[in-house]
Unconditional design. Structure first.
Ligand code: NDP
Length: 295
């Protein structure tokens, strides 16, 4: 068997196109563009790259992008004051504070200061709670993107065995919640799980969100499993290479011989994250304007 490659890049491009079309309709209806504010504190190079690509993607979708770049020594109170201002600003539908923040700032306090109705990252405890009890809110972009890929491929997930490896608040836990809402039978594995290979073996769906290069081996997988690899890991550079290759948490080459479908790294889950961020921002805009959110 050679697993089908789940093309997250192509799926994300379609989603972005759809969001772009709906963003145009939103502007026609309301006379203003949907707006996303992104706050970056400090000079972290990876964060700068993410913020730049979010900015470009937001503009490309026909939305307004408000960038706020603050120095690394920004105080808690200055950052919270900016967020309060963005919470009140009617032109801003979504607010995203790029993580990680410099050590002297408390991430939980900062996230808690964002209005839950503008929290398009879905990290606010109110949105985590809404997801847990099945209320309408915002769901973190990466797991929601994984879910879109899974339902696109498998349709109804009812009764399927799903194993999520990783229990972070931004990926593992919301992923498990979404799978549960879709009536899968869900197991969450983590660093204390005993005999991970046999836990993974029973899964029709494996979502790996660990951050360990190629940890999940082909022989752990059930024949025909669908594998979503969230991990992004850089291998040490091979001889003659300047930078090491990017790989996921799953041994992709090996898994191809066992799984029925698998997301590649790069080009799988990664591109979905920004596309879903745009979708969440659009949803926030429609809701803030009191309009029905189109599918
Ligand atoms: P965290 O480090 O917050 O969580 C990792 C999880 O993996 C923890 O729950 C940890 O368990 C578990 N874990 C660690 N070692 C093992 C092990 N040996 N066996 C089983 N479980 C283990 O990471 P994130 O959830 O933030 O991210 C996970 C990966 O996804 C990273 O590679 C990250 O770069 C990537 N990522 C990709 C995104 C994308 O857009 N594609 C977006 C976000 C993340 P415990 O809780 O017990 O410590």
């Amino acid at each position: 068997m050679t697993a089908e490659r789940i093309d997250g890049k192509a799926f994300a491009a379609l989603l972005r196109e759809r969001v772009g079309a709906l963003a145009g309709q939103f502007s026609n209806k309301t006379g203003r563009k949907a707006g996303l504010a992104v706050v970056l504190v400090g000079e972290d190079p990876a964060s700068q790259v993410y913020v730049r690509s979010k900015h470009k993607a937001t503009l490309a979708a026909g939305m307004e992008s408000f960038e706020h770049r603050l120095p690394a020594d920004t105080t808690d109170s200055d950052l919270l004051a900016l967020i309060q201002q963005l919470n009140k600003d009617d032109a801003v539908d979504g607010i995203l504070v790029q993580l990680p923040l410099p050590d002297h700032l408390d991430e939980q306090t900062v996230i808690a200061s964002i209005s839950p109705d503008k929290d398009v990252d879905g990290f606010h405890v109110t949105n985590a709670g809404r997801l847990a009890v099945g209320q309408r809110g915002f769901v973190p972009c990466t797991p929601l993107g994984c879910m879109m890929l899974l339902t696109d491929r498998l349709g109804d997930l009812s009764g399927l065995e799903a194993v999520v490896i990783g229990r972070s608040n931004i990926v593992g836990k919301p992923m498990a919640q979404l799978l549960l809402d879709a009536n899968a039978t869900v197991t969450i594995a983590h660093s204390r799980t005993k005999d991970l290979p046999s836990v993974v073996k029973r899964a029709d769906i494996v979502v790996a969100a660990v951050g360990r290069a190629e940890m999940v081996k082909a022989e752990w997988l059930k024949d025909g499993a669908t594998v979503v690899d969230v991990g992004i890991n850089r291998l040490p550079p091979a001889e003659g290479e300047e930078k090491g290759r990017l790989v996921g948490d799953v041994d992709y080459a090996g898994a191809q011989g066992v799984a029925s479908a698998i997301t590649p790294v790069p080009g799988g889950v990664g591109p979905m994250t920004i596309a879903v961020l745009l979708r969440n921002t659009l949803v926030a805009a429609y809701r803030n304007a009191g309009l029905e959110v189109p599918e």
